[in-house]
Design a binder for this molecule. Sequence first.
Ligand SMILES: [Zn+2]
Ligand SMILES: [Zn+2]
Length: 69
Amino acid sequence: MGDTCHVCGQPLDDTNAVNCISCGRNIHFQSSDSPGDDCSHILTRPNVCGLSFMCNPCFERTSSSDSIA
Ligand SMILES: [Zn+2]
Ligand SMILES: [Zn+2]
């Protein structure tokens, strides 16, 4: 109901909305169909079941402060 992606500001729908694990805000998950508009990154974590997502601002902050391979 009126949720918007905090990265790009566009409306979210049920099929492409995920939560950033870092800031907890709603963001788009773009499939490979849309390579030019990525609001989030998929994080694959061996210790956690399923996939996690992180928004671009959090991802860039994390990758610049910590060197996660
Ligand atoms: Zn977005
Ligand atoms: Zn975030």
